[in-house]
Design a protein. Sequence first.
Length: 199
Amino acid sequence: MFERLGIPCRHMVWVWKAKMIEYIPDVYVLNRWTSLATKTPIFDLEGNILEACVNFVDCKRMLNELWSEIHTCVSLAQGNEEDLTDLVKNLKGLRLNLEAKKSSNNHENNGSPSKATDIELLIGATLPTEIVVKPPKISKNKGTGVHVPGTGSDKRLKGDKEKAIEQSQKKKRLCRGCGELGYHDIRNCPHKVKENCKL
C-alpha cells in the first residue's frame, strides 16, 4: 500500500478505509493536520530553540497519547459490562492515587493549597516577584482639552479658585429681568429660573 513518500489525497484515504487500515503511518501524517500545527518551536535571537517550547510540545504529545489510550480502553470495554466495571474501578484507583500525591505535594510546599497556586497551575506561569507594568495615572477626561507641559497650550481644566478669581475680575452688568447689578443677564437670571420652577 505504502510504496512511496508523498502527501495522501482524499482518494487515498478512501482506499485505506476500504482496505480496513486503521492507522496511517507517521510518514504520511503532515504536521498541519495535527493539533500541534500552531505550536511551532520558538527560537531566540541566536537561533536556539527555547526549552519551554520543547517541553510544551512534549507535554502536549503525552497528553494526546493519554487521551488516545483512554478512548481505546473505553471502546474495547464497551461491549462487556464486566470489563467496563473493571475499567471504572481502575480509573477511580488511579484518580485517588493522583489526588493523594497532589495533596501531599501541596502540603509539603506551603501547608495547604491556596487560590494563588491554583491560578498559577491553571495559567501555567508563576507570579513575578517584581511588577514592571503599573496602572496608568488617573486623568480627567471631560473633553475640555489637555494641558501639555512645555508646549504652550492653554487648554486645560481650571480649578474652582481660578474660576472664582476670573469671575470677580469681570464687570458687573445690569440684568433686565430682576433689575440688579450682577454677573448675569436676563437669559440666565436666577429669579427667572425660580419662576420657571414654580410654574
